[in-house]
Design a binder for this molecule. Structure first.
Ligand code: ASP
Length: 436
C-alpha cells in the first residue's frame, strides 16, 4: 500500500552503467519496492537485444544447426554485466539449463522469456531482493488470456517487507508452459504487478522523459505532455505513439493507479503522468498521425433506404479476412478506411467483389492516405475545436480528404494525402500548442 512499482525497459538495463543508474533510482526512494526488469536491450544502434538473440538461438536450434554464436554472445553479455556490477552470477549454469531445454524442444516463448528471467535473477542479486518467478504466479488461460487469478497469486507472493524483483514479459499457461506477452510486454507485467501489489504508483522507466504532444521528428519543439488520461493515451498509441505497450493500461485502469513515464538518464525530469482525469485546460492533449491507409469510396442512390447494404459491404470484407479502421458515411455514400498492411494486394479484387455483391452506382479505391488523430478528452465540452483544426489545415494549403469524429468525442480523425502528413501534423500542433 502506498508503494511504487517500477518497470525498467531494456535500454535502461543495457550495460553496467545503466544498471547502476537504475540501482540509484531504486535506492533513492524506499517506496520503490516492486521492480520489474526487461531483458538487456541495445547498447548502440548496431547492437542486438538479448530477446532477439534468444529468438535467433531458438530458430537456429530448431533447424538443427549450431546455435553456439547467439549462446556465446548472451553468455558474454551477462558475464560482463555481473563482473562490472561486482556480483557473483553463475551464467554458465543458467545457460546450460536453457541449452538442455532447447534440445528438448523448448518453445520460442520459453526461450524469449529467459532474457527477463536472467536479468531478473541478476537484478535480485544486485539489489539483495526477493526474486519472484512469474511462471508461478502470472497465469494465462488455455486460450492465452490473462487469468484474473493472477492478481491474488501474485499479490500473496509480494507480501512482506523489502524489495521484490519480478521479471517482465512472461507468465505460464495452465499446463505450466511458459507464455510471453507480445513484444514490449514487460510494460504489461509492470501494470499487473502494480495492481497485484496495490501500488500507489506505477513508474515506467524508459529512455525518454514522457510523451510529447506530437512526434518530435515532425515537430522538434513539441511540448511534453504533463498529464494524459488512460483513454487519451489509448487513442494516441493506436495511431502509433508507442512509448508504452497499449495493453499496459488495462490492469491499472480499474484501480486508477497512475502511470508515470520517466527517463532513467534524467530521473529528476517529471515525465508524463497517465491518470484517470487530468487537470489541464487544453481540450487537446496530443496529435498522432501515420501514413499507409487506403479508402474505398462507395456511392449508391438511396443507400439509406436499402436495408442491409452496409452489412453486405462488410460481409465482403469479412470474407477477404480484412479488418477496417474507420467508416465515415454520407447520405448516399460510405467510405471504408483500411490499413495498407491489412489490405495487402487485394484492393482491386475487393472492389470487384463489392461491385458484384452490393451493386453500387460508383466505387473507387483511393490509395496513399495518411490519418491524423487529434486527441483530447475535453473536446466534447469545447466549442470550436473542429473549427480550429480545419482552419489550421486549410491555412497550410492542405486538402482534407476525410473528417471523422467518433461518438466519444475524444478524437477527431482527419485523412490527408500521404505527402501532406507532416505539414498537416505541424499545422494542427501549432493550433493546439496553447489553448487560451
Ligand atoms: N524483452 C521483450 C522485448 O524485447 C519484452 C520487453 O522488453 O518488454 O520485446
Amino acid at each position: 500500500m502506498g508503494d511504487i512499482t517500477c518497470k525498467f525497459g531494456g535500454t535502461s538495463l543495457a550495460d553496467a552503467s545503466c544498471f547502476r543508474d537504475v540501482i540509484a533510482i531504486v535506492k533513492a526512494n524506499p517506496k520503490r519496492r516492486f521492480i520489474v526488469p526487461s531483458a538487456p536491450g541495445k547498447r548502440t544502434p548496431q547492437d542486438r537485444k538479448i530477446t532477439d538473440l534468444l529468438y535467433a538461438w531458438h530458430r537456429i536450434a530448431a533447424d538443427g544447426l549450431d546455435a553456439s554464436e547467439p549462446a556465446h554472445i548472451i553468455s558474454d553479455r551477462f558475464a560482463e554485466l555481473a563482473r562490472d556490477l561486482g556480483v557473483s552470477f553463475d551464467i554458465e549454469r543458467h545457460l546450460k539449463e536453457i541449452a538442455e531445454q532447447v534440445t528438448q524442444h523448448a518453445t520460442p516463448d520459453y526461450m524469449a522469456s529467459r532474457g527477463e528471467y536472467l536479468n531478473g535473477r541478476l537484478m535480485a542479486e544486485v539489489l539483495q531482493a526477493t526474486f519472484v518467478d512469474p511462471a508461478d504466479c502470472i497465469k494465462f488461460t488455455a486460450g492465452g488470456e490473462l487469468d484474473p487469478v493472477t492478481y491474488d497469486l501474485l499479490g500473496q507472493r509480494l507480501e512482506g517487507p523489502g524489495l521484490f524483483v519480478i521479471p517482465g514479459f512472461y507468465g505460464s499457461l495452465p499446463n505450466g508452459e511458459i507464455k510471453t506477452f507480445s513484444r514490449g510486454g514487460s510494460d504489461i507485467s509492470g501494470a499487473i504487478v502494480a495492481r497485484a501489489a496495490r501500488s500507489a504508483l506505477y513508474e515506467n522507466w524508459t529512455d525518454v522523459s514522457g510523451f510529447r504532444m506530437t512526434d518530435p521528428r515532425i515537430v522538434p519543439e513539441a511540448k511534453r505532455i504533463e498529464e494524459i488520461t488512460y483513454q487519451e493515451l489509448r487513442e494516441l498509441s493506436y495511431m502509433g505513439a508507442t512509448v508504452l505497450h497499449d495493453e499496459a493500461i488495462y490492469p491499472v485502469h480499474e484501480l486508477k493507479i497512475p502511470i508515470n513515464i520517466l527517463n532513467t538518464k534524467s530521473p529528476e525530469s517529471p515525465g508524463t503522468l497517465i491518470v484517470g482525469e487530468r487537470k489541464s485546460k487544453n481540450p487537446v492533449c496530443g496529435i498522432a498521425g501515420r501514413a499507409g491507409f487506403s479508402m474505398i469510396n462507395i456511392e449508391k442512390a438511396l443507400m439509406n433506404k436499402e436495408r442491409g447494404f452496409g452489412l453486405r459491404v462488410l460481409t465482403v470484407l469479412d470474407e477477404f479476412g480484412i479488418g477496417w479502421e474507420h467508416m465515415p458515411t454520407g447520405i448516399d455514400t460510405m467510405s471504408i478506411i483500411i490499413r495498407d498492411e491489412e489490405l495487402g494486394t487485394s484492393g482491386d479484387k475487393l472492389v470487384g467483389e463489392i461491385k458484384k455483391f452490393c451493386n453500387p452506382d460508383e466505387i473507387s479505391l483511393t490509395p496513399a492516405l495518411a490519418m491524423i488523430a487529434t486527441v483530447g478528452q475535453g473536446m466534447s465540452h469545447h466549442v470550436g475545436v473542429a473549427a480550429r483544426l480545419c482552419a489550421a489545415v486549410a491555412e497550410a494549403g492542405i486538402n482534407l480528404r476525410v473528417i471523422d469524429q467518433g461518438s466519444s468525442e475524444m478524437n477527431i480523425i482527419v485523412g490527408v494525402e500521404e505527402q501532406d502528413l507532416q505539414p498537416a501534423v505541424r499545422a494542427i500542433y501549432k493550433a493546439f500548442e496553447n489553448w487560451d
